[in-house]
Design a protein around this ligand. Structure first.
Ligand code: NAD
Ligand code: TYD
Length: 355
């Protein structure tokens, strides 16, 4: 039975990955969810799996060496899948230190623990893998043409992407220096259920449902390449099971959208589903642009498709409908996560510029 140590498993993508693992492998695996439960971590996301005997939750910080080493001592870990991170660019602009701590130092603690446990005098234990869940943002920004490939040199431009790029460098270093069996995945923007409503899509859905303004940064013509979260989870699983150690894979489904186009699609979908005509483009408010805002991201997924046979399975039309209806059906989830800390964040972020 394979044992997965999933860090950040209470967040948006980590919780989808855990649900996916249980749907796919059932009782044939064990999952340990290691999560600090920051503002972004929410155990509600794991209600459907929490009573399983082959699931264990540990509330701890990946920077806490004792806690991390403790898990490696008490469990025979086959896979580490490191989702744990501070993940929001705007927060990284306000408070870079938390990003350096969790995303860089936390990753190094995990790498050390895996190395201590997996690499012995007798050699490297069989079948182990450390998957670093990284992002296309490490590549920086594109003009109107071209795509990020695995050969594109890292050129991060926000404290968030700089911290993720730094972690990637450490992961590569542990592969080359110690022979730790690692892979890095770099995915484009994800969307789907359970995403914290500080990110574009759930923020717009939540604001529209509350009849608040929809804050579009600058001209809204920046481009992101959107992938439904389950397609990302499937890709990570494939990499963990099939990839050669040391390889990096870009993940994306050629689904580029300008932010303003995305906001209009959300408005249209919500208006049709709610039959509420007050959800209209009049809610759109152009606000001050994000400093250093990357203009365009776009992924060339040729390597993961060619080598591992991965292709996205969810069309944008289907994915956005499922996503919008999930938030409509889960207003309690939205209310819970937007009470408390979120109010201060929102005021700091958009204060004065949106109703
Ligand atoms: P998220 O913010 O929703 O979740 C992050 C999770 O990590 C939370 O559960 C949080 O409690 C936990 N966490 C934070 N600091 C921790 C610490 N010090 N110790 C233990 N747990 C900690 O993030 P997400 O959107 O699910 O992203 C997951 C990963 O995927 C991140 O590494 C991110 O860089 C990467 N990624 C995200 C996207 C995207 O579009 N969201 C795209 C590509 C890559
Ligand atoms: P975001 O979801 O924060 O992801 P990332 O910055 O990691 O790509 O933002 C996606 C895009 O949407 C990005 O170009 C910034 C823009 N954006 C807005 O225009 N308004 C908002 O309120 C937010 C949160 C993002």
């Amino acid at each position: 039975m394979d044992t997965y140590l999933v860090t950040g498993g209470a967040g948006f993508i980590g919780s989808d990955f855990i649900r996916y693992l249980f749907e796919r492998y059932g009782d044939d695996i064990k999952v340990i969810n290691f999560d600090k439960l920051t503002y972004a971590g929410n155990l509600e996301n794991l209600k459907s799996v929490e009573t399983r005997e082959n699931y264990r939750f540990i509330k701890a910080d990946i920077c806490d060496r004792e806690a991390v080493y403790g898990v490696f001592e008490s469990e025979d870990i086959d896979f580490v899948v490191n989702f744990a991170a501070e993940s929001h660019v705007d927060r990284s602009i306000m408070d870079p230190e938390a990003f350096v701590r969790t995303n860089i130092l936390g990753t190094q603690v995990l790498l050390d623990a895996a190395r201590n446990c997996w690499i012995t005098k007798a050699g490297t234990k069989e079948g182990r893998r450390f998957i670093q869940v990284s992002t296309d943002e490490v590549y920086g920004t594109l003009g109107s043409e071209g795509f990020f490939t695995e050969e594109t040199p890292p050129d991060p431009r926000s404290p968030y992407s700089a911290s993720k790029a730094s972690a990637d460098m450490l992961v590569k270093a542990y592969y080359h220096t110690y022979g730790l069996p690692v892979n890095i995945t770099r995915c484009s923007n994800n969307y789907g259920p359970c995403q914290f409503p500080e990110k574009l899509i759930p923020l717009m859905i939540n604001n529209a449902l509350c009849h608040r303004g929809l804050p579009v940064y600058g001209d809204g013509r920046q481009v992101r390449d959107w992938l439904y979260v389950r397609d990302h989870s499937r890709a990570i699983d494939l990499v963990a099971c099939k990839a050669k150690p040391g390889e990096t894979y870009n993940i994306g489904g050629h689904n580029e959208k300008k932010n303003i186009e995305m906001v209009r699609t959300i408005i249209k979908t919500l208006r049709t589903m709610t039959k509420d005509d007050t959800i209209s483009e009049e809610l759109i408010k152009h606000v001050t642009d994000r400093p250093g805002h990357d203009r365009r991201y776009a992924i060339d997924p040729g390597k993961i498709t060619g080598e591992l046979g991965w292709l996205p399975e969810t069309s944008f039309e289907e994915g956005i409908e499922v996503t919008v209806s999930w938030y409509m059906d889960n207003r309690n989830w939205l209310e819970n996560v937007t009470s408390g800390e979120y109010r201060d964040y929102y005021r700091r972020m958009y204060g004065g510029q949106t109703p």
